[in-house]
Design a protein around this ligand. Structure first.
Ligand SMILES: NC(=O)c1ccc[n+]([C@@H]2O[C@H](COP(=O)([O-])OP(=O)(O)OC[C@H]3O[C@@H](n4cnc5c(N)ncnc54)[C@H](OP(=O)(O)O)[C@@H]3O)[C@@H](O)[C@H]2O)c1
Length: 314
């Protein structure tokens, strides 16, 4: 499927309300900007008020009439996830959200870090935070066609393995191809399992997933492990794209009418590193339903967030 799909193809988002995480930088910012251009009302959390305000100011410069709500959210802190969700539900009561884009993430922290909740930082930020946020915000989503939860994974998920005896990397910690890859595989497994559960209860909400290929963003910042940094620098001139192009698969998963339940979208170019959005193969490791159910149960246990009827819908 060669789509050449761009932001021009985004249908009008007037009257639609979205939450996008990780909005002050990279793909999250570009996705927010594109949706603002199309008239969406956006709830835009960042880790600090200053970062959220700055993202809002930068979008307003280009889309002066945009309806934007800066917010604070640290996905690596479960209390922050709960507080954010509570504020959203108070400010926008009832079923009032059309879109949740779980975009924020961190990559390849050189040494193992543990959060205040006792979770390994990449798993906490990339997976357990978004898992809890989705569970808390699902009741706020409109039960209509068009409502979607998008989870941003990575092609690193192909290298991942869910190690239930090393979920927090407590036994072995390898920054990229174990801890980061595991967290991004968990994202993809979650997206697919969420879709199965939504379908089981007859919900019209879709769960979709995306990966940006290799987009030049702050993700490849100074903290990233040295070997990986060198590899990315070598690939950069030929095999990378800018953040705006990196945001296209996420936007496609979020709003393209052709995106399907449980779909996974990435760039259509060489090795899925750059290009236009297309459906990409789901790694076999993400398709194991026994692992998906066990991961879901473990995630509910760790975060203490239940998904209402979806908890028992498997
Ligand atoms: N760029 C790529 O080539 C690539 C490839 C595969 C997958 N991805 C995925 O794409 C997504 C977006 O990444 P990006 O490339 O746009 O990187 P980025 O420019 O570094 O943006 C990441 C965003 O996540 C936020 N974030 C980090 N930790 C957070 C926390 N604890 N709570 C809330 N927000 C937090 C960051 O906020 P701060 O500025 O405060 O840190 C930032 O806004 C990530 O899920 C990443 O894994 C990217």
């Amino acid at each position: 499927m060669k789509t050449k799909w761009t932001t021009e193809n985004i249908p009008s988002q007037v009257g639609r309300r979205a939450v996008i995480t990780g909005v002050n930088s990279g793909i999250g910012f570009e996705a927010a900007l594109a949706l603002a251009h199309k008239g969406a009302e956006l709830i835009l959390p960042a880790r600090t008020q200053a970062k959220a305000d700055d993202a809002v100011a930068r979008i307003l410069k280009q889309v002066p009439k945009a309806q934007l709500h800066p917010e604070i959210l640290d996905l690596s802190v479960q209390a922050s996830v709960h507080a954010f969700a509570k504020r959203v539900m108070e400010r926008f009561p009832g079923q009032s959200l059309d879109l949740l884009i779980n975009n924020a993430g961190v990559m390849a922290l050189p040494t193992r870090e543990v959060t205040a909740d006792g979770f390994e930082r990449q798993l906490a930020t990339n997976y357990l935070g978004p898992f809890a946020l989705t569970g808390l915000l699902l009741p706020s989503m409109k039960q209509i066609a068009g409502s979607r939860v998008v989870t941003v994974s990575s092609s690193a998920s192909k290298q991942g393995k869910i190690e239930f005896d090393n979920l927090q990397s407590e036994r072995v910690y390898k920054p990229m191809f174990q801890a980061y890859a595991q967290s991004k595989l968990a994202d993809l497994i979650f997206s697919l399992e969420l879709q199965r559960r939504l379908k089981a209860v007859g919900s019209p909400i879709l769960s979709t997933a995306a990966h940006p290929g290799y987009a030049v963003t702050n993700l490849q910042a100074d903290h990233v492990a040295a070997g990986l940094k060198m590899l990315m620098a070598i690939m950069k001139p030929f095999l990378s794209q800018d953040a705006a192009h990196g945001a296209l698969p996420t936007l496609y998963a979020a709003v393209a009418p052709a995106a399907v339940a449980g779909g996974y979208y990435g760039p259509d170019g060489i090795a899925e590193l750059k290009g236009y959005p297309t459906a990409v193969p789901i790694p076999k490791s993400a398709l194991d339903i026994t692992v998906a159910k066990r991961l879901w149960a473990e995630s509910e246990r760790l975060t203490r967030v239940k998904f209402g009827v979806l908890s028992d819908a498997a």
